[in-house]
Design a protein around this ligand. Structure first.
Ligand SMILES: CC(C)(COP(=O)(O)OP(=O)(O)OC[C@H]1O[C@@H](n2cnc3c(N)ncnc32)[C@H](O)[C@@H]1OP(=O)(O)O)[C@@H](O)C(=O)NCCC(=O)NCCS
Length: 408
């Protein structure tokens, strides 16, 4: 029997969520998580595969604006909830959903799509490239002496969830304005995804803490964290898990780490999804104590090459013909003349011969400024003269490196 893939209607949401949970290997849904998810559902962008009445595959999209190098932002399809039930795997269902989804993204004029992958083997074939990486951090709190730090004369203040919902978005938007890889969070998003009133599975961690860093009453940074006592050992042996630390200034950054390192009864501080270019490493007296575990984070798919390449800025002047190979979305295939620099760029189709030949996935990987073409060439993924690749790297590379501080 053929599988029909179509957007769901609100009455089908519960069946959709149950199928997603099963796809991820969980036999039962979690009520708080389901309610939070429902609040964010964009039904016309939420696809299910139906085998008769049964939902056997799922995917959805969140409509974001995502920051690109230089501070512009682009309408972005944030792909999520991808699953196929174990009974229906490896028969092309994901492939069909991806095809349908990406043509919808093109029709809506969203130049890029982005996602977090449960397994890094899945999405390259659909033209997604690894655009941002992240680090998990772990440090013995008693070894976390800071040897270098910018002056931080502000104050830290513990606040309630309600106040956090009022204060955090301003700081977040401030940081997002210049940070490639960060996306807009609506009020509903803050309420149901970033700081939901009722969280789903909290693991072994206890209550949540919200702290701001302020100067002259103005919030310049915040941290959200949870703690876990050690039942068997007395202090300081607990764990403090930083869920998010966001700072609009270096002083806020230093002030917040100072605060976290000063929380007593804690032996270990962990932080998830941290940026690769983390200043903390360079601030510590004993940097090796900061154990960093790398992971892939944001995967980017360029759906409209000229719109995407014209939206970002380039660190230096560049004039290149890029040949894009894209069997999965053939509308992007072809050669493009890119003329860019610090003030902007133009990108147009051309018949001129190519300077660089890339697959769509590798263009996605380099797009946010965190992956070098020359490195991709050394991995046998990109073709081009060493000299041209060096120039392309200098133009596409960006500071800060791309960072996406949250899984969606
Ligand atoms: C990942 C998942 C959605 C794939 O669905 P699917 O319908 O089996 O995928 P398809 O049949 O369209 O596979 C397309 C190709 O990708 C490969 N592939 C897909 N998922 C893969 C995986 N997890 N590991 C290895 N290869 C995979 C297939 O082998 C196939 O390769 P081929 O074209 O060379 O034959 C499904 O395995 C799943 O639900 N996994 C658990 C939930 C999950 O990880 N979701 C992703 C969240 S980001």
């Amino acid at each position: 029997m053929s599988i029909e893939i179509r957007p769901i209607v609100p009455e089908e949401f519960d069946t959709f969520v149950t199928a997603t949970y099963i796809g991820f290997g969980s036999p039962a849904t979690e009520p708080n998580e389901t309610a939070n998810t429902k609040a964010l559902c964009e039904y016309d962008r939420t696809l299910a595969g139906f085998d008769g009445e049964e939902v056997v595959s799922t995917t959805g999209i969140f409509s974001f604006e995502m920051t690109v190098p230089g501070g512009g932002s682009l309408p972005t399809a944030g792909v999520t909830w991808v699953s196929v039930k174990p009974t229906h795997r490896r028969r092309g269902l994901l492939t069909n959903m991806m095809r349908q989804q990406l043509s919808d993204v093109r029709d809506r004029n969203e130049p890029i799509a982005a996602l977090w992958a449960s397994e890094s083997v899945i999405y390259g074939r659909f033209g997604y490239g690894l655009a941002a990486q992240c680090h998990g951090l772990k440090i013995d709190r008693l070894r976390a002496t800071l040897a270098h730090e910018p002056p931080a004369n502000g104050r830290t203040r513990l606040i309630s969830r309600d106040e956090a919902l009022a204060v955090f978005p301003k700081v977040y938007d401030n940081v997002r304005a210049e940070q490639p890889g960060m996306y807009t969070r609506s009020e509903t998003w803050w309420q149901n995804h970033t700081i939901p009133e009722k969280e789903g599975r909290g693991g072994r961690f206890g209550g949540r803490f919200y702290v701001t860093y302020e100067e002259d009453g103005e919030p310049l940074g915040y941290a959200r964290y949870r703690t876990r006592e050690d039942d068997e050992n007395y202090a300081p042996a607990g764990v403090l898990g930083v869920q998010e630390l966001m700072s609009a200034t270096d002083s806020a950054y230093a002030g917040l780490w100072h605060y976290l390192f000063g929380v007593d009864l804690i032996g270990t501080i962990q932080a998830r999804l941290r940026r690769v270019d983390e200043p903390l490493y360079w601030m510590l007296a004993d940097p090796r104590r900061l154990v960093r575990t790398p992971n892939d984070s944001l995967w980017v798919r360029v759906v409209d090459v000229p719109a995407a390449l014209e939206a970002r800025r380039y660190a230096g002047d560049v004039s290149l013909v890029i040949d894009v190979r894209d069997p999965f979305c053939d509308w992007t295939e072809g050669r493009y003349q890119l003329d860019g620099g610090p003030d902007g760029a133009t990108c147009k189709r051309t018949d001129a011969s190519a300077d660089i030949t890339v697959n769509a996935a590798d263009l996605g990987a380099a797009y946010m400024g965190g992956t070098q073409f020359s490195l991709l060439a050394r991995a046998g993924r990109v073709d081009g003269d060493a000299d041209v690749l060096r120039r392309a790297d200098a133009a596409f590379g960006w500071t800060p490196l791309p960072w996406t501080p949250e899984v969606f």
